[in-house]
Write a protein that binds this ligand. Sequence first.
Ligand SMILES: NC(=O)C1=CN([C@@H]2O[C@H](COP(=O)(O)OP(=O)(O)OC[C@H]3O[C@@H](n4cnc5c(N)ncnc54)[C@H](O)[C@@H]3O)[C@@H](O)[C@H]2O)C=CC1
Length: 511
Amino acid sequence: MAQVLRTPLLSPTVIRRASTGTLEVKEPLNFWGGGRVKSQNTKNAEPVYEPATGRVLCELVPCGPEEVDQAVKSAHSAYLKWSKMAGMERARVMLEAARIIRECREEIAKVEVINNGKSITEARAGVDGASQCIVYYAGLAATLSGQHIQLSGNAFAYTRREPLGVCLGIGAWNFPFNIAVMKSAPALACGNAMVYKPSPMAPLTAVMLAEIYAQAGVPEGLFNVVQGGAETGSLLCHHPLVAKISFTGSVPTGKKVMEMSAKGVKPVTLELGGKSPLIIFKDSDLNNAVKGALMGNFLTQGEVCCNGTRVFVQREIMPQFLEEIIKRTKAISIGDPLLEGTRMGALISRPHLERVLGFISQAKKQGARVLCGGEPYVPNDPKLKGGYFMSPCVLDNCIDEMTCVKEEIFGPVMSVLPFDTEEEVIERANNTTFGLAAGVFTRDVTRAHRLVENLQAGTCFINNYNKTSVALPFGGYKMSGLGRENGQVTIEYYSQLKTVVVEKGDVESLF
Ligand SMILES: NC(=O)C1=CN([C@@H]2O[C@H](COP(=O)(O)OP(=O)(O)OC[C@H]3O[C@@H](n4cnc5c(N)ncnc54)[C@H](O)[C@@H]3O)[C@@H](O)[C@H]2O)C=CC1
């Protein structure tokens, strides 16, 4: 049996003293049975990099079958206790977790920045959103209830909303702390336990979340972290005690996860990629439309699934739009993500940076024009020389058939496309296999609603973009996913309904 450790992953003092280029994490990154667990097979260790400097932050050892089994079993025994508690009791523990998150806001945000590369301003907003998410689902925990149904004769029935058991969460690297919270909060509120596997590129803050839940008083093993990549993920998906899978990541991996869940007839939630349209009409408030396009393309270095990266601009206002968007894109301050003034940090990895730059060179070959950015960026600060920075890019002269317009780039690259009529732009906006989000800027309220009614996307924004709240259901149409996260509806994805039929009289038998 692996050794369980109970001291915190990183002491708050260590984190407070850390700056870009100084943090080293030696503590084990797995968490089950109520504490951190050392990995067994250290010969498979892989480096985890700090995106802003390119240095090694820690070593990650993927978990094998025995460790996966231990983690899932620890979750299952916690589930047996947690699921018997009243919703109000679960809510009390969850509210305590939310309070600890608020108390540790700065530490969590800092580790998120160091591990992911996003700016501290964005990371703090993320931590605030995470605490709100737990408060929201704690609020719903006590409201879970069934129905009473009168039947003919002397019988009645009732329904019970019951948990599923051990839920598996698999996350992407772009919002490491938030994805872990978005999956665990509704799961725990419904009485489930969770085993969470973060992306191997961003393993740190999920372990902090495990420590927070433990401190808040959840039963040992209720929220567990198992580190690893594809192989570990697949072992987890196949484990017979895993009752549900919630996955965030790319479409190709999502398909594999769906296949694995089909084998065990396990319910699955898939939050996948996107290539969302943002449509700007000539009657829109141009200043707000430009701000919407910036918010819809450049948050977290453009590594956001619902970004509106196909920006359709009505031809008459194209010159003004481009002038303004280029001016503001060039003004984005890139650099040390822990500095308050920084608005864009580093991309997640060297290969990902090269992939994004590759999309830009291909776009140029296919006839697109780079209006600004799109180059590797080397900050003046010597410690950032090995970081994965690039300048945010605006492309025009784009046509719908280009690769940069069709495929998810997942970097700070906006493709601008002219359009003439409403009918035309609806057809072009929907001409994609994705359907995560869409946006429209116009002062014509009737047109705005007509448009969103016809757009094939799970979330539509009118006169804004990427405004989020835990109260809003989030998920994709078409190949962008299955099921929803956030909002009240997610309770249905983490619970099942039992119908109980009660006879008060005699059984009427035909035999
Ligand atoms: N719709 C949404 O809510 C979001 C979607 N995404 C999408 O995620 C993608 C980027 O994230 P990545 O981490 O690069 O995606 P990815 O698909 O490469 O990996 C996602 C997760 O799946 C795991 N994994 C890989 N192969 C697996 C397998 N065979 N079985 C089980 N697990 C496996 C990875 O280790 C990681 O934890 C983008 O396409 C982006 O659009 C990202 C954030 C939010």
